[in-house]
Ligand binder design. Structure first.
Ligand code: GLV
Length: 428
């Protein structure tokens, strides 16, 4: 079993100077731009990585732009509230932090920083199976964290991993099913990124020209916690992050099929989330097998290039699985994106790259700031849409961009809460 790092206390550390610096960040994209400057190209390239032409990555953003809001006016939005329940648990917002590998290489103790920020904000945090901090340590930081596994194709190795995750006390397991084969990310090769990283002159040069990252993250990690390893891909510790020869062991992932998920469902007693599907038929299968939730996803455009945007798959999946808890990820950068996803049938959205960028450039102060921005945007735009609660969202608040409203869309003004409870006349 892997060892816990000696200290994870910096996860809660927010120096006043860092908090002030982060106040200059006004949108989630600001963090990504800052991370592109702060991180060596190979490391930033991993964060920003997309498959092949980037068609699916672009599609994720375009899908959000392809819907416009139809706001309702003067309905009284003083009580606007974005709290929600996901799989029976209450959260303060309908979005969470997507699983992302190598967070502790991007920012010092990045996994713990993200986990602690999510804990204090009351939003879900999903620890990636490609993370560099033992899952046991993250469970201590955030008892409500979910663990995301890239399960191997061999039953005994799946069982050993599930037993470890259960023994650590995780209540929710996310199984990602769209990485049975590694996607083709040419930019990683161009930028000199490999997993593990190979020590090359090029990498050394990138480190020397990014001293804040080299000293503040990489050298500090080596000095305080030792060489990071892939801690959570399997039941036992995996390869180090920097090595001349070590190879990562992925298991026989290309053997995976739905029988493996049935097996996992039988063995895993907690909540089960299946992540990385786009076809309604697959969503139905996941629901039939007994998953509590799914995440509609094309892996942030990092796997099958040309796969459709999750937002465009969502309405059909919601129609096929009316009672299922549905999450979505890919391309969420604004509170308005979260609201559009919810209006089209999602129960929650996961946000990835910008939050990892925030951990890289601002540590805990950065992640706090990024979550606060998304919180404010979601709450503000809910009010501007004329709603008090996200549960009231539906597709009648959206119209395809550039399409005139059909005449039949004219409906009475929504009822105010007061009108509903007192039976008073509707505001017209
Ligand atoms: C891992 O899931 C990755 O997308 O790099």
């Amino acid at each position: 079993m892997s060892q816990l790092p000696a200290r994870i206390s910096t996860a809660d550390h927010r120096p006043a100077r860092a908090v002030r610096r982060m106040e200059r960040m006004l949108s989630l994209s600001d963090f990504e731009r800052a991370a592109a400057r702060h991180l060596p190209l190979a490391i930033y390239g991993y964060l920003a990585s997309v498959a092949e032409t980037g068609a699916s990555f672009d599609a994720n953003f375009n899908a959000y732009q392809s819907w416009h809001f139809v706001p309702r006016s003067l309905v009284g939005v003083r009580e606007r509230n974005i709290a929600t329940s996901i799989m029976g648990q209450q959260w303060k917002a309908p979005f969470g932090i997507a699983p992302m590998g190598l967070a502790a290489l991007m920012g010092y103790q990045g996994d713990a920083v993200l986990a602690a920020a999510a804990r204090d904000a009351g939003i879900p945090f999903v620890l990636s199976g490609s993370s560099l901090t033992p899952l046991e340590a993250i469970r201590e930081v955030n008892p409500d964290a979910w663990f995301q596994a890239y399960v191997p194709g061999e039953h005994e190795r799946i069982d050993a991993l599930l037993d470890r995750v259960a023994a650590a006390g995780f209540g929710t397991l996310v199984v990602t099913i769209d990485v049975v084969i590694a996607g083709n990310r040419e930019n990683n090769t161009r930028n000199g990124f490999t997993r593990p990283l190979r020590p090359t002159l090029r990498l050394l040069w990138q480190g020397m020209t990014h001293p804040r990252w080299s000293l503040g993250t990489f050298m500090r990690t080596l000095a305080q916690d030792g060489m990071p390893h892939f801690e959570n891909s399997m039941a036992t510790r995996g390869a180090p992050i920097l090595s001349r020869h070590a190879e990562r062991d992925f298991g026989k992932r290309d053997h995976l099929n739905w029988d493996h998920i049935r097996h996992i469902r039988d063995r895993w007693k907690g909540k089960l989330v299946i992540k990385g599907l786009l076809a309604p038929e697959d969503a139905v299968t996941a629901q039939e097998i007994g998953a509590e939730a799914i995440v509609v996803s094309n892996h942030g455009g990092r796997q099958l290039d040309g796969a459709l945007a999750p937002l465009h798959a969502l309405p059909a999946i919601r129609a096929a699985c009316p009672g299922l808890c549905i999450g979505i990820d890919g391309g969420v950068r604004r509170g308005s994106d979260v609201l559009k996803a919810l209006a089209l049938g999602a129960d929650f959205a996961l946000v990835g790259r910008p939050l990892l960028a925030a951990a890289a450039v601002g540590a805990r102060a950065g992640v706090d700031r990024a979550i606060a921005i998304l919180n404010d945007e979601t709450r503000r735009n809910l009010g501007l849409l004329g709603l008090n609660g996200i549960q009231e969202l539906s597709s009648r608040y959206l119209v395809p961009a550039g399409t005139p409203l059909p005449a039949a869309a004219a409906t009475p003004a929504p009822e105010t809460k007061a009108a509903r409870t007192t039976g008073a006349t509707r505001l017209q």
